[in-house]
Write a protein that binds this ligand. Structure first.
Ligand SMILES: C[S@@+](CC[C@H](N)C(=O)[O-])C[C@H]1O[C@@H](n2cnc3c(N)ncnc32)[C@H](O)[C@@H]1O
Length: 299
């Protein structure tokens, strides 16, 4: 049995592995990756194709995470970074384990407007935690200027900051804090692919811009729809994505322009054109204006 299959584009800037990350990670050179974004199954019972996201206990799930995390850490350059997502309940295990092995610089909360299912008897979950870790706090990439957002404080009202020695207008831009308000990927968005937990391109854009430079190598051990690799490619970074489920691998091959056919099958994007009740056809992003102004990113 072949442990994994590997597909690369013509200029060797994007690679897709079809297989288990515990095997595929071992194929990569130690100390070669600038940024890892890891968005594993959360142990909350989601279905990823044939894979069911359930472990017998929290401890066994944590042990599985420690195994691939140890491999990931080996692959990161001494100047590199790791961002990891997890469920709110699992993150404490990973935080305690990681803080003994890396420096955790930020504990980020990605929050959004709606969870889909509305909780009626408790406070519904509207956020997911992300850890930003580095190997060496003296040398690491953080391109603050590339990720600035609008400062929605005094600058909007053109107020003067009198706390300064020479009073000046409030700055119109700022580096985002550690709570990121970014809409989840919905069916009607252009970027939507068929996957139960696709992450927004805007989320990855901020991470990749902050923690890598042009031509750096970005690795995603749980590719899913290969959002990380697609955004890395758009931003002129190299990428490697690993995924266990063939249907998602095919999305990656198409999204990254690695192949238009897979074993004879045409790789086609979802046709999301549909007709509203009033008869108008519609395609692409639909988020109302009022909602858009609340978000932490320009959509
Ligand atoms: C939370 S999703 C990742 C979503 C992705 N960030 C995106 O934007 O589409 C986790 C993915 O990991 C895949 N997966 C599960 N176990 C894996 C393993 N051992 N090795 C590689 N991929 C795995 C699942 O099939 C699923 O697509």
């Amino acid at each position: 049995m072949i442990a994994f299959e590997k597909y690369t584009n013509q200029d060797n800037t994007a690679t897709v592995y079809y297989g288990d990350c515990l095997t595929a990670l071992r194929d990569l050179q130690d100390g070669s990756v600038d940024l890892i974004f890891a968005d594993p199954p959360y142990n909350i019972g989601k279905k990823f194709g044939e894979f069911k996201d359930v472990w017998p206990s929290d401890e066994e799930y944590a042990d599985w995470c420690y195994t691939w995390l140890a491999l990931c850490i080996k692959k990161i350059k001494p100047t590199g970074s790791l961002y990891i997502m997890a469920s709110t309940q699992a993150m404490p295990y990973l935080d305690l384990w990681l803080r003994d092995r890396m420096t955790i610089l930020s504990r980020i909360v990605w929050h959004y407007d709606s969870s889909g299912i509305q909780a009626k008897k408790y406070f519904g979950s509207l956020y997911e935690p992300i850890l930003f870790c580095i190997k060496n706090s003296n040398i690491y990439t953080f391109n603050a200027n590339d990720i600035e957002v609008e400062a929605k404080t005094g600058a909007v009202r053109k107020l003067i900051d009198y706390r300064k020695e020479i009073p000046a207008l409030y700055k119109a831009k700022k580096i985002p804090g550690n709570t990121w308000y970014i809409p989840r990927v919905r069916y009607r968005m252009k970027e939507y692919e068929e996957h139960p937990s696709q992450k927004p391109e805007k989320l990855l854009e901020r991470i990749i811009k902050a923690s890598t430079n042009a031509n750096d190598l970005v690795l995603d051990p749980f590719g899913g729809t290969f959002t990380t690799c697609a955004v890395a490619q758009r931003l002129g970074r190299k990428s490697i994505g690993i995924e266990l489920q063939l249907d998602y691998v095919k999305i990656g091959l198409r999204r990254l322009g690695i192949a238009t056919k897979f074993k004879g099958e045409e790789l086609r994007a979802l046709d999301k054109t549909y007709v509203r009740k009033n008869g108008n056809g519609i395609h692409g992003d639909v988020i109302n204006e009022k909602q858009m102004r609340l978000f932490d990113v320009t959509i």
